[in-house]
Design a protein around this ligand. Structure first.
Ligand code: ATP
Ligand code: MG
Length: 458
């Protein structure tokens, strides 16, 4: 989720600008199922440490590889937010009621404000850009494709019907309808949602990752075959869901309890050797020759002594928790050149092994001078000043320029226009498509009976 500072704070040159990543821009909300999901609040706001080196001048959005047929001019920023936005509620919180002094803003922009900000920044970069909320309705995508079809969709959809597994399906729709979109293809989005499978792929590509075991039932073997301490995480969640103060275990008895507990809530578990060491979030972008942006390092030194040095769910999302205000970030991470080179190589290999595209964030821990990849985020948070965008800014790209560069990557995948004569005159590609026709639900009293998914009347 986002680090949601106010737009004004974003512009302020404050030494306390959050620099951490929103880690993942999951928007948990009261979904259409009506049940409240765990509501990630905010990402740890980060304290930007004073860095001696001057900021580099802003770079224009550079081109990569061959020139696209023509410069893209229109972009739709697509996201999917349904139901209540927890951040709106957060704005009502009376700060004087907090039992601690918050280090970072507690009142943060809403989801809608955040995505509008992306569209606004793209307009500053010269695009015709607007933000569209899918609201779980594919006919909204249809409208985007048929009327004023943009050159590129900026894909910020992470859920559909409250299901993160459908993130890949929505990207698949763009492919089906041949519209260029930013970011990872469906395969990478699906792969990286399975932590175990991702790690197997990383291992196959020689990318170091902590040793691990996956359990599909809460039964552990007598000999675990891993070295303690270990960390227990749900296999199919991200955004630190299920990662708490109690996730790091030092003995088999506690481990069994924790596995049972996490299994009951999330299903399959990954138990991983815990890497005691520095944590880096390494942003990568580009396709033919991916580039690594200056890494962000997490500073856990202000956490209470009994709190493990991890980015727990509370540290990441809950500005109402003191822990949230105790995890800071430093960008660029102070790394000796040789170690930085090693980190960069590992990050690029992880990015390529998981078939990421355009941009992604690779989460890494250092064991001494050895980088270990924890996971790959193919659809990371792009909030201004946070995470990916913090790193981009350090590399000299303004928010607008970085977004524009991502659009340029995607624009290269625009399908070639149909040869003259094949395209009905005066029509833009896609206008002749019959997409997502409205499906009428048969009435319950029709001869065929009620639709299968309808409950029979009591
Ligand atoms: N093997 C490990 N060793 C040390 N710390 C770990 C390990 N695995 C996870 N962590 C800690 O737990 C945090 C969350 O883990 P991870 O990144 O794997 O999960 P996630 O839910 O996908 O998070 P997100 O998508 O928000 O980055 C990490 O940022 C790190 O602080
Ligand atoms: Mg992570």
């Amino acid at each position: 989720m986002t680090l949601r500072k106010t737009a004004d704070l974003r512009r302020a040159d404050s030494p306390k600008r959050p620099a951490s990543d929103r880690i993942d821009s999951r928007i948990f909300s009261v979904g259409d199922s009506g049940k409240t999901r765990k509501e990630p609040l905010n990402e740890p706001q980060a304290r930007r440490q004073t860095i001696d080196e001057p900021k580099t001048a802003e770079k224009p959005a550079p081109q990569e590889g061959a020139e696209p047929p023509d410069k893209p001019t229109s972009v739709v920023v697509l996201y999917n937010q349904v139901g209540e936005d927890w951040y709106e509620k957060l704005q009502q919180v009376d700060l004087s009621t907090l039992p601690f002094e918050p280090e970072y803003p507690v009142h943060v922009p809403t989801v809608r404000e955040e995505y509008s900000e992306v569209a606004r920044a793209l307009r500053r970069a010269g695009y015709r850009a607007r933000a569209v909320n899918l609201e779980n309705d594919l006919r909204r995508l249809e409208r985007v494709l048929k009327r004023n079809r943009p050159d590129v969709i900026f894909n910020l959809v992470e859920f559909f019907h409250d299901d993160a597994g459908l993130e890949a399906a929505v990207a698949g729709m763009y492919d089906v309808y041949r519209i260029a979109y930013t970011g990872a293809p469906p395969f990478a989005l699906s792969l990286c949602q399975d932590k175990g499978l991702t790690k197997r792929v990383l291992q196959d590509h020689g990318v170091p990752t902590p040793r691990f075991k996956v359990f599909y039932e809460p039964k552990l073997p007598k000999r675990l075959g891993l070295r303690y301490p270990v960390i227990v995480k749900p296999v199919w969640e991200d955004a630190s869901a299920g990662v708490t103060k109690d996730s790091v275990l030092y003995d088999s008895e506690r481990l069994a309890e924790r596995v049972e507990h996490v299994y009951q809530e999330y299903g399959a578990i990954i138990v991983e050797e815990f890497i005691v060491g520095r944590e880096l979030h390494v942003s990568v972008w580009g396709n033919d020759q991916p580039e690594v942006l200056p890494p962000v390092e997490f500073d856990f030194s202000e956490l209470p002594p009994d709190y493990p040095p991890i980015i727990s769910y509370s540290a990441k999302w809950n500005p109402l928790s003191e822990i949230y205000h105790k995890v800071h970030t430093i960008c660029p991470a102070p790394l000796p050149k040789r170690l930085l080179n090693k980190v960069e190589k590992v990050a690029i290999r992880a990015y390529q092994a998981t078939e990421c595209r355009d941009y992604a964030r690779v989460d890494i821990r250092l064991k001494g001078n050895e980088p270990y990849v924890l996971e790959v985020n193919p659809n990371p948070d792009l909030t201004e000043g946070v995470s990916f965008m913090d790193s981009a800014e350090r590399a000299g790209y303004s928010f607008s320029a970085a977004l524009a560069r991502i659009v340029e990557f995607a624009a290269r995948r625009r399908p070639a226009p149909k040869p003259a004569g094949e395209q009905p005159e005066g029509r833009r590609p896609g206008e002749d498509l019959m997409l997502f026709p409205k499906i009428e639900t048969p009435p319950a009293d029709a001869k065929t009976g009620p639709p299968a998914e309808t409950e029979p009347p009591a």
